[in-house]
Design a protein around this ligand. Structure first.
Ligand SMILES: *Cc1c(COP(=O)(O)O)cnc(C)c1O
Length: 382
């Protein structure tokens, strides 16, 4: 696909290496970082953490937002807050970055891998329902128990793959029927809306990532979205070693984590957020360009589901077979255009090989054919 190489070069207007997703900074980042260093409040205290939480809360329409050190920590905290413990099961997808399953393991639970839907590339409500119907029962006190292992199913963890919103209404309905809380791994979907509501605000909790490769970055960072200001306070407590505020005593009233986002990172986040609308606009413009380029070819460009407005965090094409995928990866990478396959399916990794998996036909179909394309902003941000 030499035409693709030329096309990507023309969009980015560059002849050197083009990365999959690079952050972009303006003078605003320099100003805020200067300010935070001058203030000496670079660590656990400072105004930028509050401001960044407020920015994200208002933008997403969540009732609470708690900034943490990264997206994995955000997910871990959400699962911990749901009382997930050793021996529990969490239903999730095999199509994701490894952090999704790792967070389940960090909480002491085991992931169960369920197939994705082809329209959203995210957890399939029908496959989820099938698993719950065939393999679980509700106990008298309303807990969902896995029949063969007698383990409790304590959460459903859905990932908005590449930023494209999952089929949330149907997933929420299944979750309600089986009395299982839904958590959204919205690590990739900041700026993505299901119907008119921001992803990460549908489930009990939503977790966003601000890692360097995400749509905006704090260097490393994450945010937990909550349904109420009360749960946000509880989450904040857990992520700040559960220290009870006191003029001088060190008293911690439960087991907690040191997951608070440093003020230094939050300053970067505030600056990045200031130009977020422009970034989002560029991402959608870029996706339109790719879509036009691939139309009428053997490659199917991945577009947002009909019910959603996606941030197009990561652009992807589905090749007609595995050989076409390999050939596309080879030719682009050889010519300095960074493209990547889908993550290896999580159930195929050594530490998750023995986890329970259902039929993963769609996940395997995607893994065999998917190629991710350069998706960073292609011009200066305002
Ligand atoms: C990036 C990502 C994470 C983890 O976020 P970090 O900030 O890197 O810890 C989790 N889940 C998904 C789907 C991601 O893409």
């Amino acid at each position: 696909m030499n035409a693709l190489v030329d096309f990507v070069r023309s969009i980015y207007n560059r002849n050197d290496f083009i990365a999959l997703h690079e952050p972009r900074f303006s003078s605003q980042e320099h100003r805020f970082l200067h300010d935070v260093v001058d203030s000496t409040f670079v660590s656990s205290v400072g105004k930028y953490v509050d401001q960044f939480e407020d920015d994200i809360m208002r933008y997403t329409g969540a009732n609470g937002a708690v900034a943490v050190v990264n997206g994995t920590a955000a997910l871990h905290t959400c699962l911990h807050a749901l009382d997930i413990a050793n021996g529990d099961l969490v239903l999730t997808q095999a199509v994701s970055f490894v952090a999704t399953a790792n967070a389940v393991k960090m909480a002491g639970a085991e992931p169960v891998f369920i197939d994705i839907a082809r329209d959203s590339l995210s957890l399939c409500p029908d496959a989820l329902k099938e698993f719950l119907t065939n393999q679980t029962s509700l106990t008298q006190d309303g807990q969902c128990i896995h029949n063969s292992t007698r383990k409790l199913v304590k959460a459903i963890l859905v990932v908005h793959t590449f930023g494209h919103p999952a089929r949330l209404n149907e997933l929420l309905e299944v979750a309600k029927t089986w009395n299982i809380p839904l958590v959204e791994d919205a690590a990739e979907s900041f700026g993505s809306f299901y119907e008119d509501q921001h992803t990460g605000t549908f489930g009990h909790y939503g977790a966003i990532s601000f890692n360097g490769n995400k749509i905006i970055t704090t260097g490393g960072g994450g945010m937990i979205l909550t349904k109420s200001s009360k749960t946000a306070r509880q989450i904040k407590h857990i992520t700040t070693t559960a220290k009870v505020s006191h003029p001088y005593e060190y008293y911690h009233d439960e087991f907690g984590f040191n997951y608070r986002m440093p003020n230094l990172n939050a300053a970067l986040g505030c600056a990045q957020f200031a130009s977020f609308e422009n970034v989002l606009q560029q991402k959608r413009e870029l996706a339109d360009k790719y879509q036009a380029f691939f139309s009428g070819t053997d490659y199917e460009f991945v577009t947002e589901p009909s019910y959603a407005r996606s941030n197009y965090w990561l652009n992807a094409v589905i090749c007609h077979d595995a050989a076409a995928k390999v050939s596309l990866l080879e030719s682009t990478n050889k010519q300095g255009i960074m493209t990547r396959p889908l993550w290896q399916l999580l159930n195929s990794l050594p530490m998750y090989k023995r986890s329970i998996s259902t039929d993963l036909t769609n996940s395997e179909w995607l893994a065999a054919r998917c190629v991710c394309l350069p998706s960073g902003t292609f011009k200066e941000v305002e």
